[in-house]
Ligand binder design. Sequence first.
Ligand SMILES: [Zn+2]
Length: 246
Amino acid sequence: MRGNRRNIRIRTVIFFLGALVLIGGILTKNNLSLSMLTAGEPKTSTHDSLASSQAKTTAVSKSLDGYKIVIDAGHGGNDPGAGGVSGKEEKEYTLALSREVYELLKLEPMFEPYMTRDDDSFVELDDRAKFANEREADAFISIHGNTYTDSSISGTETYYFSDNSRLLASTIHQELVEATGFNDRGVKHEAWRVLTQSEKPAILMEVGFLTNKEEEKKMLDPAARSRVAHAIVDGLKQYFTQTGDH
Ligand SMILES: [Zn+2]
């Protein structure tokens, strides 16, 4: 009987030890998955704090240097863009207008402008958006001239992709249409690559049709081009005054 009791005790001890090992194992497993969870959490919170520190940096940079505006002159280098009626290429028009917008923005303390290209160089589409993202630009403005096989087609159109770009598009478009006096072809939603890759409000404007004789003439006229440049700057001023610091 004693022997049996001892055996029972030993078995009970072994059972409890086994149970302890099992519980220990479960706990360790839970700890592991907990630590895996917490290993994931700092990433999120780091991201959050990065985002908030970015917001702080942006707020600080706004008060010091103004809103960062990236002006993107469409095409360039071996990509001429549309061919105008006169034989002029779109890339020349976009660069001339972009330079003018850039110079005007530089005069405004509320803006800190950048250009994705300021000469006849080729810049990949993705690099244009990346340029703006890396600088944490507050707005990305891509400037183009339109083209169509039917030379009678004319007018101004402005594109946006993300919802946070819609207001910027409509504000600048209104100014643009007033300045050009061209047909209002409206604000349109389109997944242009430079727009889909941009993190901040981004728009693409087709000022007018270079394939339309009358429009091309007006677009290439320095005085008319200057009015368009002022319109873009006015639109930006209006937009950032409306939206404030956010
Ligand atoms: Zn273009």
